[in-house]
Design a protein around this ligand. Structure first.
Ligand SMILES: *[C@@H]1O[C@H](CO)[C@@H](O)[C@H](O)[C@H]1NC(C)=O
Ligand SMILES: *[C@@H]1O[C@H](CO)[C@@H](O)[C@H](O)[C@H]1NC(C)=O
Ligand SMILES: *[C@@H]1O[C@H](CO)[C@@H](O)[C@H](O)[C@H]1NC(C)=O
Length: 289
């Protein structure tokens, strides 16, 4: 009986931890935090449109907080001339020493490609930007933007190809983003004070409303419901139950490494690790690896 009891408890906690919601719904799993008056969700929550006009920007967040897992969205970026607007797709924790994993889509001038911007904050410290051009037209169709997050690495994927791999750099004294739960957010907003050519280009409101479309939100995450101080404890005490902590997700495989290099060699436009001017020759410690 005792053994059975232990087995049952083990099974139940395994199921509880593994119940990453896979196919999520914008209706049930997210809420509008801004702009609900003119953004919409349709098709049983499979589709979402965020809208920006002179009156309002718009944003959603996931209802649930999570620690580790993957978040996936198919996004069709704003077509036409939308310089000055930004679509952010990010996962922040709360508090002053917050962790945050960012995808942002910056519009350059019309006729110029969109810029895929990535960044990461651990314990409140960011300044780790990398930027890429997409190798596809991100406004003509939906494309898959996915973030993997586990204690060994954080990987940004575009259409299944890893574009960035931020590994566990604790040996360099860099704190891991592994102790604070996050929510997923996305927003479409006016950032014409910085987004396009450093703020030179302002939004042309003649083209409003600007619309970003989203499809197939997928959350394979470990939902967090408890107090923040026991989060890391739970992740550490039940590592076997966490699929994202398995060696398969601990590092890129050989094919993915080739893909990452292909993206970096052909589409990377900015790397904080190569910006000697900005950091006075002093790079973040992980850049020396
Ligand atoms: C967005 O909402 C505001 C406030 O309700 C409204 O004035 C505006 O016309 C709406 N825009 C669109 C494009 O529906
Ligand atoms: C943005 O567009 C301007 C003007 O065409 C161009 O000079 C600049 O290189 C572009 N920036 C990026 C990052 O593509
Ligand atoms: C989106 O990309 C992720 C990461 O590569 C992958 O796991 C997922 O299956 C892709 N989703 C679709 C619908 O292709």
């Amino acid at each position: 009986m005792g053994n059975l009891g232990i087995l049952l408890v083990a099974l139940v906690s395994l199921v509880a931890l593994n119940q990453g919601l896979v196919h999520a719904h914008f209706y049930f799993d997210t809420v509008f935090t801004l702009g609900s008056q003119n953004s919409t969700i349709w098709d049983n929550g499979d589709n979402l449109a965020l809208l920006l006009d002179k009156v309002s920007c718009s944003a959603i967040q996931t209802n649930k907080e999570f620690l580790f897992g993957s978040i996936e969205m198919q996004i069709k970026l704003v077509p036409g001339n939308s310089a000055g607007t930004v679509i952010a797709y990010y996962m922040p924790s709360t508090g002053s020493k917050h962790d945050e994993i960012d995808f942002e889509f910056l519009r350059n001038l019309s006729g110029q490609p969109y810029i895929i911007h990535t960044n990461i904050f651990t314990q409140g410290v960011g300044n780790r930007e990398q930027q890429f051009y997409p190798w596809f037209n991100p406004t003509s169709d939906f494309h898959n933007y996915t973030i993997y997050w586990n204690p060994s690495q954080i990987v940004w994927f575009a259409d299944g190809l890893p574009i960035r791999d931020f590994r566990n750099y604790e040996r360099f004294g860099i704190p891991l983003a592994s102790k604070q739960s996050m929510r997923g957010y996305s927003s479409l907003w006016n950032a014409d004070d910085w987004a396009t050519r450093g703020g030179l280009i302002k939004i042309d409101w003649k083209n409003a409303p600007f619309i970003a479309r989203y499809h197939q939100l997928s959350l394979r995450t470990c939902t967090w419901t408890g107090p923040p101080d026991s989060i890391s404890q739970r992740a550490q005490t039940t590592p076997a139950a966490n699929w994202w902590a398995s060696p398969l997700y601990g590092k890129l495989n050989d094919v993915q490494k080739v893909q990452l290099n292909w993206v970096r060699e052909n589409f990377m436009i900015y790397d904080y690790c190569k910006d000697t001017k900005r950091f006075n020759g002093q790079f973040q410690p992980e850049c020396k690896r």
